[in-house]
Design a protein around this ligand. Structure first.
Ligand code: FAD
Length: 380
């Protein structure tokens, strides 16, 4: 199906991306899982290689390759170890946000550093009492002269502890609907008053940092307000669409790896004097996995194509995310099943794929919330 979406140029880039990843990520993919750590040197190499800049213009040191290329790159990384892509995702999203809503000075100052991998980003929305209900967030930013004073906390923040730039959403006007009273600020990691903790481990996506942020009377220059005051909810919703396409591609990368590993294992593993790939039940599992993967990729790439055409993709991005994440959970579970006892050991990657896949039904908006969005759009 790649022919539907890939140009000749993109096939060439895909080959280059694969060569880079085979040399740089493949040799460390199991260490990342075992040691629960992604070397920052690898992250910087991704940046140098142009893999963080597909949505950033060339004039700001991005590659400007666009959304389809972004999906392809995301799949390729995720096929090998999705954690490397999850660490990169906030940089993609904050770069996108900054390019869409930042002023020229901010773009000049930050975009190049994000695209090159020199600086790592975080996207800080979720709070203790504002998860699915983003409009319920309680962190505040109060304007005083030419500064804002931020108070509040954030939870489940990817890259907490390794990020240089924290993009923090706060309420700037309590007297209006939060959808019109929210703003986003770029906060440097060394800002006095910013406390970062990592008090829990994760079920999967080993190597990804995740933690909480607390800030008390944290002073931020008004130069660090991104976009108009009060426009934070709108810019977040736009960014969520890109996040949903990105996470879909991460799921599809995991699913591609799970299917490939399963086919190889099924051809090799002999029971009852035959490779298990000869048994109809195993063949049907492979067929079901392939159908789900193809449908998930079609939903994702078609949403990406619509984004490139500057169409509203709210429904399509949610459809892609809901379907790709559910499919990844189902495909990786079948992959473990096809591997039998081996699948339940860490001698094979399928157990990792299964743990990793579950994250995507939760992060970036749960599957239930995606379905609410889809139903709202359908019933308009
Ligand atoms: C590993 C990880 C990384 C993350 N990274 C980030 C990050 O970088 N930045 C960030 O801001 N956030 C991040 N998150 C937070 C993530 O976006 C939230 O966990 C997610 O949106 C769900 O919010 P919640 O955990 O509060 O669950 P809740 O909102 O409490 O939901 C609990 C359950 O109730 C369901 N539910 C809630 N409301 C409804 C409803 N109206 N109808 C039906 N069902 C409903 C949910 O679908 C879910 O099943 C991350 C989370 C994880 C686990």
């Amino acid at each position: 199906m790649n022919e539907l979406f890939f140009s000749e140029k993109l096939y060439r880039i895909q080959k280059e991306v694969r060569d880079f990843l085979i040399n740089e990520l493949e040799p460390i993919k199991n260490d990342i899982n075992r040691e629960n750590k992604i070397p920052l040197s690898f992250f910087r190499k991704m940046g140098k290689y142009g893999m963080i800049g597909p949505l950033i213009p060339k004039k700001h040191d991005g590659t400007e390759l666009g959304m389809i290329a972004h999906c392809m790159i995301t799949e390729e990384i995720s096929k090998i170890n999705v954690s490397a892509s999850v660490t990169r995702t906030p940089c993609i999203l904050d770069g996108y946000l900054l390019n869409r809503h930042g002023n020229e000075e901010q773009k000049e100052k930050y975009l190049g550093k994000i695209a090159s991998g020199e600086k790592i980003c975080s996207i800080c929305v979720t709070e203790e009492n504002a998860g699915s209900n983003v409009a319920g967030l309680k962190s505040t930013a109060r304007k005083e002269g030419d500064i804002y004073i931020l108070n509040g906390s954030k939870k489940f923040i990817t890259n907490a502890g390794i990020a240089d730039y924290y993009f923090i959403w706060c309420i700037t006007n309590k007297n209006v609907n939060p959808r019109n009273g929210m703003s986003v600020f770029l906060v440097g990691k060394d800002t006095p008053g910013l406390i970062i903790e990592n008090p829990y481990g994760l079920m999967g996506i080993n190597g990804v940092y995740n933690g909480i942020l607390k800030f008390e009377n944290m002073e931020i220059s008004n130069e660090n307000l991104i976009g108009e005051e009060g426009n934070g909810f709108q810019s977040l919703m736009e960014t969520f669409n890109v996040e949903r396409i990105t996470l879909s591609s991460e799921c599809n990368g995991i699913s591609m790896a799970a299917l490939e590993d399963s086919k190889a294992y099924a051809k090799k593993r002999v029971q009852f004097d035959k490779p298990i790939s000869k048994f109809q039940i195993i063949r049907f599992k492979i067929a079901e996995m392939a159908i789900k993967l193809q449908a998930a990729r079609l939903l994702t790439y078609s949403a990406a194509q619509l984004a490139e055409m500057n169409k509203n993709i709210t429904k399509e991005a949610s459809m892609a995310k809901a379907f790709s994440s559910k499919s990844a959970v189902e495909i990786t579970s079948e992959a473990v099943q096809i591997h039998g006892g081996d699948g339940y050991t860490d001698n094979y990657s399928v157990e990792r794929y299964m743990r990793d896949a579950k994250f995507f039904m939760i992060g970036g908006g749960t599957s239930e919330i995606q379905n609410l969005v889809i139903a709202r759009e359908e019933l308009k």
